[in-house]
Design a protein around this ligand. Structure first.
Ligand SMILES: Cc1ncc(C[n+]2csc(CCOP(=O)(O)OP(=O)(O)O)c2C)c(N)n1
Ligand SMILES: [Mg+2]
Length: 589
């Protein structure tokens, strides 16, 4: 049989080194699905429950491997379901290619069933490249460009295939006027700023007496150079959430996370520094950075659109994190160890002491922070973590210490609920020998996690190391937003919007053939971790968490504290428990 455009698509995906495709079928992509069926074992197709999962898995794959993630969905509803996961990848600058179906060319514009204007739908999320394949000859350059643009610009691209084109005979472009002749290679560059600009940056950093560094996910390949720089400048290093795995958390001069879920030591670092060096970060909250004018600043970013955006820097270096930091290093003069570094280190020690005390404050039935703190030293050095949006993010950010070769996927900029189990499952496909962990709120679990768990149940036997531990923070509340209502809005908890139904997540896991555990007391935390880490299949731990454990920002402002008390005074239904927890915490810090 002559090759169809669908067959050609898979040949070309293979040339772009694609091995795994996350997706869901529909008659809008029947011509692609049948070609996949003919493609032998060249691809691993991962069937999800919901197309949003497929997009989260593609995004997670890209976040964890650095490769392009690929997702496939049908026309209309399938394409629409992809959107949130695609935005997650786009906003965190990760390469994902979405392949979707469309109605036949002849029916377009006919208000036909499942006909959605997909170019308009994807125009924002895949604004860097989204095209309809209207002729077989077009397939080659649309695929090549979708991949090259996604890779080189670290963004999301999309190709839309009408279903009759999928089944049409494949065709190469002719050698005539107006034909396009594309190819598949892409080699990413090393980008290094000019010597004179590096010198300007070095002059600032050399003059600084109290240097702070802030690193993000963009510094992932630059860990050695970052450490050498910090050593030379006697700097303290704070980490944006997405940069948490870049450096281990036991460095005495690393202040850990920054921001609302960050540490007091990071806040002190930024408050007291006279010089700031930012590398590979788009950390959004300006109020946690030095006040304008307080610090001289240098920034390094491979994406020029992210330069001088959070703090008006004196030198904005467009360059790769590793190669630029390395080029800068010989221009930096070594500072002697002095009071600044000592203060940073003593703040870090104080922070960890307070954090340990906070994690062990009594709560009913269990202080969720303790679950994270006590689990942290038990986690293998090659663990891969996926953290959902909610209080898990805060507790993970503060209480889990990165070590060894740990990796992390989080929805940073979109901060969407729902991706953690999909990220973790994508991790297990990409790194089947490494244990993975998903930390998920009960809201996120009910939103998409219950479905994603079915996907886990379908595939886990393929993983050489079957350990995938899913910890559900069961607080029967959309807790993070409840705290936001209280501390930012001065409003009491609104039960109608915030309360969640209780479910037995452990029982649900067992029902799917997975292991299910429940922990509801401080004394049982160690054992539940040990049991989960020894399991011979994926495990769900139902963590019965106290929703009234306060996670205050590192330096709760007067305004936030006032709001919290106002919310209580206005009749918050959990007032007594919240105040009791709050006073316990205030006694620590
Ligand atoms: C898709 C989506 N919807 C709503 C939100 C707003 N939001 C952020 S955190 C949160 C609460 C999450 O609740 P849960 O998963 O139970 O975690 P918890 O904070 O209770 O630990 C909500 C509703 C969001 N970020 N993403
Ligand atoms: Mg919750």
């Amino acid at each position: 049989m002559a090759k169809t455009v669908g067959d050609f698509l898979f040949d070309r995906l293979e040339q772009w080194s694609v091995r795994r495709i996350f997706g869901y079928p529909g008659d809008g992509i029947n011509g692609i699905v049948t070609a996949l069926g003919r493609s032998g074992d060249r691809f691993e197709f991962i069937q999800v429950r919901h197309e949003e999962e497929a997009a989260f898995m593609a995004s997670g794959h890209a976040k964890l491997t650095g490769e392009v993630g690929v997702c496939l969905a049908t026309s209309g509803p399938g394409a629409i379901h992809l959107l949130n996961g695609l935005y997650d990848a786009k906003l965190d600058h990760r390469p994902v290619v979405a392949i979707v179906g469309q109605q036949a060319r002849a029916s377009l514009g006919g208000h036909f069933q499942q006909e959605v204007d997909l170019l308009s739908l994807f125009k924002d999320v895949a604004g860097d490249f989204v095209q309809v394949c209207t002729a077989p000859e077009q397939a080659r350059h649309l695929i090549d460009r979708a991949f090259r643009i996604a890779k080189s610009q670290r963004t999301v691209t999309a190709i839309i295939f009408p279903n009759d084109v999928q089944e049409a005979p494949a065709a190469e472009p002719g050698h005539t006027h107006g034909t396009i002749h594309s190819g598949t290679d892409y080699a990413s560059p090393l980008i290094v700023p000019r010597e004179a600009d590096l010198q300007r940056a070095a002059d600032i950093l050399n003059r600084g007496e109290r240097v702070a560094m802030l690193i993000g996910a963009g510094a992932a390949s630059a860990a050695d150079a970052v450490l050498a720089t910090a050593d030379r400048l006697q700097a303290g290093i704070a980490k944006a959430l997405l940069g948490k795995a870049v450096l281990p958390d036991d460095l005495p001069f690393s202040t850990g996370q920054i921001g609302l879920l960050g540490t007091k030591a990071s806040w002190q670092l930024m408050r007291d520094c006279d010089t700031l060096l930012m590398i590979g970060t788009t950390f959004p909250y300006g109020e946690f950075l030095p006040k304008e004018g307080q610090a001289k600043a240098v920034q390094i970013d491979i994406d020029p659109t992210m330069l001088s955006l959070r703090y008006p820097v004196d030198v904005a270096l467009h360059g790769g994190a590793a190669e630029t930091s390395k080029a800068l290093l010989p221009l930096l003069t070594a500072k002697p160890r002095g009071k600044w570094r000592e203060t940073v280190e003593s703040n870090v020690r104080d922070w960890w002491k307070d954090e340990e005390a906070r994690a062990h404050l009594e709560a009913r039935p269990l202080n969720p922070e303790q679950f994270f703190w006590d689990g942290s030293p038990k986690l293998p050095e090659n663990s891969i973590f996926a953290v959902d949006t909610g209080m898990s993010t805060t507790f993970f950010a503060r209480a889990v210490k990165m070590r060894g070769d740990m990796k992390l996927a989080i929805s940073g900029t979109l901060a969407t609920m729902g991706p953690a189990i999909s990220y973790a499952a994508a991790a297990k496909f990409a790194y089947p020998d490494r244990p993975a962990f998903a930390f998920v709120g009960d809201g996120a679990m009910q939103m998409l996690g219950l479905n994603a768990l079915v996907t886990v149940a379908k595939y886990w036997r393929r993983w050489r190391d079957p350990r995938l531990v899913i910890a559900v923070l069961n607080n029967r509340d959309l807790n993070m937003v409840t705290w936001e209502l209280r501390a930012l809005g001065g409003a009491p908890k609104v039960a109608a919007t915030q309360d969640l139904p209780d479910l037995d997540y452990a029982q649900y896991a067992r029902w799917l053939g997975l292991e299910g555990l429940t922990v509801d007391s401080a004394a049982a935390v160690g054992d539940v971790w040990d049991t989960a880490l020894k399991a011979n299949r994926p495990v769900v731990i139902d963590v019965k968490a106290d929703p009234n454990v306060v996670a205050l920002p590192p330096h709760a402002t007067l305004e936030q504290t006032k709001n919290l008390f106002l919310a209580m005074a206005r009749g918050d239904e959990d007032r007594d428990q919240v105040l009791a927890q709050l006073f316990k915490q205030l006694a620590v810090a």
